[in-house]
Design a protein around this ligand. Sequence first.
Ligand code: TRP
Length: 393
Amino acid sequence: MIVLSGMRPTGKLHIGHLVGVLENWKHLQDKYRCYFFIADFHALTENPKNAFEIVQNTLEVVKDWISVGIDYKKSVIFVQSKVMEHAQLHLILSMLVSLNRLFRNPTYKEKVEELARRGIESKLVLNVDENRIEESINSTLDFIFKTIEIENDKSKSREQIYRKLKSDIMELLRTTLDSSIIIEQFLPNAEISYGFLGYPVLQSADILIYRANFVPIGQDQIPHLELARELARRFNSLYSEVFPIPEPILTEFPKVLGIDGRKMSKSYNNAIYISDSSNTVKEKIRKYFTDPNKIRKNDPGRPDICPIFYLHRVFNKEEKEEIYIDCSKGKLGCVDCKMKLFKKLDSYLEPIRQRREEVSSKEIFDILNDGFIEAQKRAQQTLELAYKAMKFQ
Ligand code: TRP
């Protein structure tokens, strides 16, 4: 049985990734043949300009993987863009899906909504250089007056006709410009790339190219897996049985909240990173939000809404019941509670940090190269099977 999963290299990983995704991958690698890869093409669909940043992030993310115990001796670890078969299968699959099917994908729909919202803002900042338009109208009109005899309306002077014509043209131009702004506002597709629309097709290719049986993912990725399943069925029925229908492995993500009490995320700048030093972790925990009603040490607290308690649940299973009771009764102050957490979290992260120090970039490159060779072997086999099934050889 084959397990496959990927991660976009958006930067170094935080403890939310660690308990949500990586702990799960670690278990899976003892049970199945696992393929874990960096989805760098996928990162490119959002951010084509900063390709080099993606390369740098890739190194950091793989370092994080190795330090937390994703084991290259058990699993195949590689970079998507190196295995060109992903791109080739993507191309084939792109023929088997309709545009309307892709327009229904939630990631695409969210993007449209976001752009539509921004479109409204951009209307405000869009400035039309009216002076230049006026200049060019002036010279055009001069030309007209000089060269053709305008039928003279006796009641109006040349000057009046000139002004009337000019204002008519200006008005016409203004409405044209306005409507073009409106069109852009309601057609955000103008800003969405072909590659972005095809994101889930590429993801389907990632999965199918290894004929994966299981795909560990979060709930948000289910619609993408659904497309992979559809495409597998479609290919199999159109040609012949090549692809198993992949199943999701949905992980119960323990909720990890960031310093400000929101979901932990790099973009909120509220995360504790796997590679943070002991002091940084301590400082971040010190700043963490807690129950706002618990002001003094002896005030009773509400662990159910406290971000620190969320972390105790995950990293301090031994003491969490006791902490729950003591906090609720006002027997435990936030400073002490945070210290308890820091000790647990720090001792959990320390060996990871040490391993991270030890792995060199050279080692990472070697791991990725071995992974590439191994991954490509299977990907090539699949592509051969697919071409054969299609009689496309
Ligand atoms: N889209 C996934 C994410 O953002 C990453 C990904 C790309 C992936 N290809 C995949 C995950 C294939 C699982 C299988 O998390």
